[in-house]
Design a binder for this molecule. Sequence first.
Ligand code: CP
Length: 329
Amino acid sequence: MSAGAGEHPVAFPPAALPFAPVQFTGRHVVSISDFSRNDLIHVLELAARMESSKSPARLDGKLMATLFFEPSTRTRLSFEAAMHKLGGKVIGFSDAGSTSTKKGESLADTIRMVERYADVIVMRHPRDGAARLASEISTVPVINGGDGGNQHPSQTFLDLYTIAKLFPALLSGERELTIAFAGDLRYGRTVHSLLTALCHFKVRMLLVAPRGLEMPEQYLNAAAKAGLVVQEVPTLQEVVAQADVLYMTRLQEERFPDPLEFDHIKHSYRITAAMLASAPAHLRILHPLPRVNEIAIDVDATPHAHYFAQAGNGIPVRQALLSLVIGTV
Ligand code: CP
């Protein structure tokens, strides 16, 4: 696997290295708020070793179950690819309609059974809190692959890894990074998790959201408590001129309670190549994907586009998470 344009191998200055032993074996990965700065850096450090093939970790004989009650391309496939690369095996489903959930089986009963089949469970579910419930039942680690509009912690690990590769200052702290989030900050679970994680780093946050889709208070309050400077900005054009990273998100149509409300705002923000004419050369655009129409196709050919390389970073990061929670490193 090659690094994306502008990426460097993650550099870990001594001050960024964990100063206390980190225990991961058997841990659930449900919410990014369950992880300290130490923990986050530990995962990034192992991901870097995975990417450079310097980790001896293997998962031969281990089995991962992927329970996807909601559609996914990247999260499921990159977890599966990560498990295969480590020598493990995979069972699971990507369509709950073909399982006994359809006959009325509860999530709790599903977990009570799958924990007997697999060494780790990766689950995506449309309901907020479903992963927490599964973790309270399961005797094997549960990794949250996204629960409703709540959290997506493995995406956050890969987002941090991508930012650290692009901007070593994230870990060294030698300068403050400016990171902008744009789009559906209310229902977008990736930005909830990422803002929570960024509270551990030296960053300034800019937020651009259509009216009614602003970042929920609980995340803003947590950021304020952590001392993060967070500024709400009215237009995309303003953040393009200032940011190191512009993290775009799509409107989460499936989570809108009112389809009319969605129709009303669906075209309210979109980044195009023309809008990037005034951007600093180092600006990188990230997106958890899938994109719908919030990033015009003509942006792909600019040096600012980094979302496909970002998705590629999901493999070493998920290799690291699987190895850590199963306990082979
Ligand atoms: N980033 C992300 O969660 O993508 P998928 O929905 O395709 O898994």
